[in-house]
Design a protein around this ligand. Structure first.
Ligand code: SF4
Length: 503
């Protein structure tokens, strides 16, 4: 029976903390008597390329060549984050070094993203060449250097490869191709949330060429594949970070990810694909005990709650009993956050930052979207956060079906009138699995393409502002409004919320 599994976390994603999914799957397998190893190939991949970047006569590249090693060192210390201006300089040197490294190559690399011009879309024909020629991705040599000896010594029966982010897909395909050559007898399993978004034809190609493509949670798939009988239910256990160098990440101290839930306890937003996943929640007391054990074992500087929205019972427990370390995460704009005492208690528990998906302040749109929040709460919540010293990271969406210029202006008034530390203003795209796509006419969508051969999103249109008009409005109105411009300027480039909690 195959029970010796090597989990690989491929480049390239923000390398600010270890990957929670791999740490949980390793813990799950070990709890069932299996053998697991985890290699975070992402942690040092882009920094290694930046350190090897060539010098050039232009001032920016030359400065980057001189300072990138120091910048990467600083981004691993609290001092690197003490001054926003110095922080931005460190990140700029890192980004410029990566840009220099990518010059003349078909691929592009930033501290938070990886793309390849030879892969203009996500169709099978564009992705498959990376399986046949893994050396197309610039990370391969280093990945092979790290993973090769482990493949030979550990002799895994199965190699699991995570694809959590879009920017990991091509490196994951390349790694899969490389593993199949290095260890032809091993089973390859691809897993991770991004695979859900891929066109069906691309997933079928990955299955044909590499091995199983696991959609949804990994534990049930491992249990079914290996006939495991776990001593505890599948989902909630202490993640095992024993295989990671926790000091290797670009963060001011150790940041440990953990979640109190899977899926989303609300699940009713029509634009979001979380509605198709079942929701499961850790018992609040068990969750609190996990936090205490993680803090005792690893002394984290900060905990990152990766829940789609931290469940209300856990939030209440944190407010009542505190946390063993500072923390940040997503919450829904619920009425209890209107209570200044509750928000102060969250701050006292160690809350550094709340991520708030407010989307729009327009009641008509919120009702149509099924968001289930009262925009009258937005102002009090943001003011409570500001007064309690909790940073707010606000997400607003533009280009929603039926959204008018007047609706966008209402969002601008919210930004101009309420305190927001960081701002993400995104253009809406309709993901597969969102309720909106199941019945587009309900949202007055008059053109909807259900089939996606090469795209991650459905093509659609509705009367009102099209994407071009939205982009124009964002550039001409939002980015010129002083408080919006200031919030956007404060929001960390590339690392976004992963670093915002520390600035
Ligand atoms: S948008 Fe957020 S709250 Fe709404 S269903 Fe998705 S994850 Fe849940």
């Amino acid at each position: 029976m195959n029970r010796r599994v090597l989990f690989l976390y491929p480049p390239h994603a923000r390398n600010t903390e270890p990957p929670l999914g791999a740490a949980l799957l390793a813990a799950f397998l070990r709890s069932c008597g299996g053998e697991a190893r985890v290699l975070d190939l992402n942690a040092g991949a882009a920094p290694a390329l930046a350190l090897g970047a060539p010098d050039a006569p232009d001032a920016r590249t030359h400065r980057a060549a001189l300072h990138v090693a120091g910048a990467l060192r600083a981004l691993r210390t609290p001092e690197g984050y003490a001054s926003p201006a110095r922080y931005r300089t460190h990140v700029a040197h890192y980004a410029a070094a990566l840009r220099a490294r990518a010059r003349g190559e078909p691929w592009d690399l930033t501290p938070g993203d990886f793309t390849d011009g030879r892969c203009p879309d996500f169709g099978a024909a564009a992705v498959e060449p990376f399986i046949d020629a893994p050396e197309r991705v610039p990370f391969l040599a280093r990945c092979a250097e790290i993973a090769g000896p482990v493949l030979r010594e550990f002799e895994p029966d199965t190699v699991g490869i995570s694809v959590i982010f879009r920017s990991q897909l091509l490196p994951a395909a390349a790694l899969g191709g490389w593993v199949r050559r290095q260890r032809p007898g091993a089973v390859v399993m691809l897993g991770g949330g991004f695979l859900d978004a891929l066109p069906a034809g691309t997933r079928a190609m990955l299955e044909r060429r590499l091995g199983a493509v696991v959609l949804g949670d990994g534990e049930p798939a491992l249990r079914a594949a290996f006939g495991l009988e776990p001593p505890e239910p599948d989902f909630f256990r202490d993640p095992d970070f024993g295989d990671f160098d926790l000091d290797a990440y670009l963060a001011p101290g150790r940041v440990l990810p953990i979640a109190a839930s899977r899926g989303c306890y609300w699940r009713r937003c029509a634009f979001c694909d979380e509605g198709r996943r079942d929701f499961a929640q850790d018992r609040p007391r068990a969750f609190a005990a996990r936090l205490a054990r993680l803090a005792a074992a690893h002394a984290p500087a900060c905990l990152h709650f990766t829940d789609n929205a931290v469940p209300p019972a856990c939030l209440r427990l944190l407010a009542d009993e505190g946390s063993p370390a500072a923390w940040f995460g997503f919450v829904r704009a619920r009425p209890e956050l209107r209570d200044p005492g509750f928000v102060r208690a969250l701050a006292a528990s160690g809350c550094r930052m709340l991520q708030l998906g407010l989307e729009t302040p327009v009641p008509r749109l919120l009702a149509a979207l099924g968001k289930g929040v009262d925009p009258g709460d937005y102002g009090p919540i943001l003011r409570n956060c500001a007064e309690a010293g909790i940073r707010s990271y606000v997400y607003l969406m533009f280009g929603l079906p039926g959204q008018t210029v007047a609706d966008c202006e209402a969002a601008l008034r919210l930004i101009a009138s309420e305190p927001m530390d960081f701002l993400n203003a995104s253009i809406f795209r309709l993901p597969p699995g969102a309720a909106m796509g199941a019945d587009p006419a309900l949202w007055a969508i008059d053109r909807f393409e259900a089939e996606r051969a090469t795209s991650l999103y459905h093509a659609w249109s509705a009367p009102g502002m099209d994407t071009r008009a939205v982009r124009h409005w964002l550039a001409r109105r939002l980015r010129r409004e002083p408080r919006a411009r200031a919030a956007l300027a404060r929001t960390p480039s590339y690392f976004k919320s992963s670093h915002a909690a520390f600035l």
